[in-house]
Design a protein around this ligand. Structure first.
Ligand code: SAM
Length: 285
């Protein structure tokens, strides 16, 4: 068993001074011994379930997941880490490493092949440069996850968990809340990582909904409306929607007016019901 939160052990495993942590791959490894057990514990994982991890690093969270799950599949894109993982995970026969880009994976096929009918949980310290793409990829994958417990930048955590219709809300807030319930579990200081990132982090848990909270006829268009409405945050929703959807301003104004809103309304005040209404109205135009 390696002490994977001990910086001397990490450096030795990574081959001394020659290893450069890749900023572009979001490589900030956890060195606070309390964080990975807490994440694995609060993920909801049980010994008759499967765990999916994105970004194994040197396997510090993977080993905690392997202790609690029946099976773990962890993705790692950086080939330099593969020989390290084969050492650090040598005592975890139920953990499998996939050397591939999570965003280029056929997730339903992988889940069927690796997990069969096991209830499935995601638990990961995400590479922050692709937080939104990964969360949307997971939520849109068609795979039914019991829960998605992930470390993200604190600001992203607060934005994702903010109520839709509040000042902190953004496009990701609305898109995530359509698919899942979101809660912030705990905060993690930047000093808990090697190398330390510029900002603090937080662990959030998304619990996918059985059914979306609002009815939408064309989900693709609904998401386009959300994205366009928030695309230019300093502009009014009327201007952003008209630019993003290539619609005349008057038509957008008419749709807003039908909801009792002025043309000066801003996207961050809209509820999911209002986005759904707008999508229906604007699609008709
Ligand atoms: N789980 C480890 C930990 O907590 O210390 C490492 C987390 S680190 C924040 C993110 C990891 O994701 C890095 O090891 C990085 O190489 C990997 N990664 C980055 N982009 C990826 C991608 N598209 N697919 C799979 N892994 C990726």
């Amino acid at each position: 068993m390696y002490q994977l939160t001990d910086t001397a052990v990490i450096k030795q495993l990574l081959g001394g001074q020659d290893f450069h942590f890749s900023k572009s791959l979001g490589q900030n490894f956890l060195i606070d011994p309390s964080v990975c057990p807490a994440m694995a514990e609060q993920s909801g994982l049980t010994n008759d379930a499967g765990a999916l991890e994105i970004g194994a690093g040197i396997g510090v969270l993977t080993v905690e997941l392997a202790k609690r799950a029946k099976k773990v599949v962890t993705f790692e894109i950086d080939d330099r880490l593969l020989p390290v993982l084969s050492r650090t995970l040598s005592d975890c026969p139920n953990a499998e490493v996939r050397h591939q880009d999570i965003l280029k994976t056929d997730l339903p096929a992988l889940v069927k092949e690796s997990f069969g009918d096991l209830p499935l949980y995601v638990c990961a310290n995400l590479p922050y440069y692709i937080t939104s793409p990964i969360l949307m990829f997971l939520l849109e994958s068609g795979v039914s996850f019991r829960a998605i417990t992930v470390m993200v930048q604190k600001e992203a955590a607060e934005r994702i968990c903010a109520p839709v219709g509040s000042r902190e809300a953004g496009a990701l807030t609305a898109a995530v809340h359509y698919r899942a319930e979101a809660e912030l579990l705990f905060e993690v200081k930047k000093t808990s990582f090697l190398p330390p990132p510029k900002v603090d982090s937080a662990v959030i848990r998304l619990t996918p909904r059985q059914k979306p909270p609002v009815q939408v006829t064309d989900e693709g268009y609904f998401f386009r409306v959300i994205k366009s409405a928030f695309a230019q945050r300093r502009k009014t929703a009327q201007n952003s929607l008209s630019a993003g959807l290539s619609l005349p301003k008057e038509k957008v104004a008419a749709a807003l007016e039908a909801m009792g809103l002025p043309p000066t309304a801003r996207a961050e005040t809209f509820t999911l019901e209002q986005f759904a209404f707008l999508a229906g109205r604007l699609k008709e135009q």
